[in-house]
Design a binder for this molecule. Structure first.
Ligand code: HEM
Length: 157
């Protein structure tokens, strides 16, 4: 290869590198929606099912008479359906949540900080059980945390 041919090849190489760099960056940024990374509706529903089963037998939660009353009154299949639809929607899935706002759904339950922490502990146990990757666990916990201001209303009951 002559010197001229060589410098032409080097230049062509650089041009390819420079022109492909933005595409590589864009691909890195365009992350798949959390909903897809979790595995879609069947995975979300499975996680919600396990999580709600834990909440229903959580002694800290059932010591609150308002939560206990709702536990005995509300069909758990419906609750699981609603929570699944909500989680799917907020993680980027095609489902639509049509239930009440978090404030309206929980205001009569007088949920305390202690109960909130008990719920989070159950949530972490469920996420670990299904080996949800750390990054996705963090994103799900942030979503749950974002509802805390609408759900925790009492410091004691
Ligand atoms: C300590 C925390 C929580 C407790 C004890 C709790 C308990 C309950 C109970 C007992 C109900 C039924 C209320 C009724 O119909 O009278 C309910 C409804 C619901 N909760 Fe929670 N919850 C908690 C946190 C959360 C969080 C973090 C989410 C979602 C991010 C959530 C999503 C929902 C949804 C979607 C409904 C159904 C609302 C409807 O159908 O209109 N909850 N919750």
């Amino acid at each position: 290869m002559s010197r001229r041919q060589l410098s032409g090849a080097v230049l062509a190489g650089w041009l390819i590198l420079i022109s492909s760099a933005p595409t590589a960056l864009a691909q890195e940024k365009a992350e798949r929606p959390l909903y897809e990374r979790l595995g879609g509706v069947y995975s979300v529903a499975t996680v919600v099912d396990d999580f709600i089963e834990r909440l229903l037998v959580n002694d800290i939660l059932n010591a609150n008479p308002a939560i206990k009353e709702a536990r005995d009154r509300v069909p758990k299949a419906g609750l699981k359906f609603s929570v699944t639809a909500l989680v799917c929607q907020v993680t980027g899935g095609p489902q639509q949540y049509t239930g009440r706002s978090m404030k309206d759904a929980h205001k009569h339950l007088n949920i305390t900080e202690k109960e909130w922490q008990a719920m989070l502990a159950d949530f972490r146990t469920t996420l670990a059980k299904f080996k949800v990757p750390e990054k996705e666990q963090g994103e799900l916990i942030s979503i749950v945390e974002s509802t805390k201001k609408d759900i925790v209303v009492a410091t004691a009951y």
